[in-house]
Structures are given as C-alpha cells and as structure tokens.
Ligand binder design. Structure first.
Ligand SMILES: [Zn+2]
Ligand SMILES: [Zn+2]
Length: 270
C-alpha cells in the first residue's frame, strides 16, 4: 500500500505524502527517496512546489501508472483534480486488491480492532481531501490513533472512538486528541515521545519505542552525558572560584592583622 509506506516520511519534507502516493510513489524509508513500483523511477529529493505527478510524467512518460492515471498532459492547471481522483480510485483499487494480504480493505465504521494498527489507519486516508492534506498530514493523524471516516475532514480514534474535525493549520493531532479525549487509553500510552513540547521538557525520560534505530538513542545518551559533564564542570568551576575568593580574603585579612600589629608595635615602642 503506497500511502502506508509513508509512515516514516520525514516531517521536514516539503511535499505531502498524500500527493506523492497519489502520483504513484512509494516511500523507500530513507531520506526523501521515493520510487514508482511500476517503472522503478527513483526520486531522491523533493523541493517545495514540485508537482509529483508532473515529475513522474516527465521523467517516465512510458510508465504504466503514468499512462493510466497521470496522462492529462496539455493543461497543467487541470491535472491535479482528475489525476488525483483517478489516483485515489487506484489507491482504493490497490487496497481492495491486497485483501488477500494481512492489510485488506477495512470497514471504517466497524473494524475497530484492525484500525488499532497504525498502517491500517493510514490506509483509510486514501480519499482524504487535498484541501485537508495541506493543513494536516494523514501520517500524523494515523500516528495519533485516528483514521479517516470518509466525511469531510472528520477523523475518529480507533480506541476511544472520539471524533475530531475542522482541522486548522498548526494543530498537532496528538495534542488535539489528548485535549478533547483525555481519558483515551491510546493517547495516554503515547505520552512524551509524540508530544514534542513535553519531550523537550523532560529530555531524558523517554520511552524507547520511538528510538528503534540505535543511532538516535546513542546520540541522545551522549547528549545527556554531555549535559551531566557540563554540570559537573560548572560545579567544579564554582567551587574553585569560591576557594579563590576565600583565599584572597584570608590573605588580605592576615596582611591587615600583621600590619595592625606592626603599627601597634611602632606606636607602643615610641
Ligand atoms: Zn512510474
Ligand atoms: Zn482516542
């Protein structure tokens, strides 16, 4: 399933995973590399404003996917709607075609057990409206426990069954989910690592499951250790400074006392 392959699509990427999936691309899982399984065209970098359907058609005009779904070549402005609709239908077709696999089609109103799988939730966004995709990414919604109901921009939690809709730019699905349905078992299990703000506040109390790859984990540990080292260094520097101040005061005091004595001596002996 193409859209489901974008589960780990970097959030820094300029293009939405939905637009790429609809243009026939599957995420390889590294960087921003995407591939068309039909013609094997690999695109490694995407810039803001790139039109994946145009890129696909220009670089690989003979691709079967391009021929079937992205063939509206003459008027650029009319491409996106029909092409997207065709591609959406294709994604739907792929979804039903793969029903022999573990994924299969999912009934969005009853299959709550299977919708507890993030990849299954992501696959429900095949008809997520383009307009909504510019505001919030299916991947972030699926990650936050939500699947698409098929109506407007209304999503539902596979766990607490709560609905969320009317998405606004900049609202994080996980935050909204937690705010509206604080008793949801799923969102409470999600906690720190999926809430950037909370994670920043407690940088060394993170569950491991997000750090499936060792490198992130080890860099986290070394950052933590560095912090500790810096803290130790800071304490040592403070101690040293205090000692210096103490020595100086003692030195001047003793000088003063010695001078006082010699002065008294001088006064007394005269
Ligand atoms: Zn292709
Ligand atoms: Zn929920």
């Amino acid at each position: 399933m193409r859209l489901a392959s974008f589960a780990t699509w970097p959030s820094t990427a300029m293009l939405s995973s939905l637009a790429l999936a609809r243009s026939g691309f599957t995420y390889i899982g590294q960087g921003e590399s995407t591939v068309c399984k039909e013609c094997q065209l690999v695109v490694d970098t995407w810039k803001r404003g790139d039109r994946p359907e145009v890129v696909h058609r220009q670089r690989s005009p003979n691709c079967a996917f391009v021929q079937q779904h992205l063939q509206d070549s003459d008027s650029i402005s009319s491409i996106s709607r029909p092409a997207a609709a065709a591609a959406t239908a294709e994604i739907g077709a792929v979804a039903s075609a793969s029903s022999s696999s573990a994924m299969g089609t999912v009934d969005r109103s009853t299959d709550f057990a299977r919708l507890q799988d993030e990849a299954v939730r992501l696959s429900t966004f095949h008809d997520w409206p383009e307009r909504a995709a510019r505001i919030v990414e299916p991947r972030d919604l699926a990650k936050a426990g939500m699947f698409y109901t098929g109506q407007s921009d209304r999503v539902q939690c596979a766990f607490c069954r709560g609905y969320l809709h009317n998405w606004q730019y900049g609202k994080a699905p996980a935050d909204e989910h937690r705010k509206e349905f604080p008793d949801c078992s799923f969102i409470n299990r999600l906690k720190d690592d999926d809430f950037p703000a909370a994670a920043a506040a407690s940088s060394h109390r993170r569950p491991h499951h997000q750090h499936a790859n060792g490198s992130t984990l080890s860099s986290d540990i070394s950052r933590y250790e560095l912090q500790q080292l810096l803290q130790v260094g800071h304490i040592a520097a403070n101690l040293f400074r205090n000692m210096l101040v103490y020595c100086l005061i003692k030195h001047f005091l003793s000088l003063f006392v010695v001078n006082l004595f010699s002065f008294l001596e001088y006064v007394l002996y005269i």
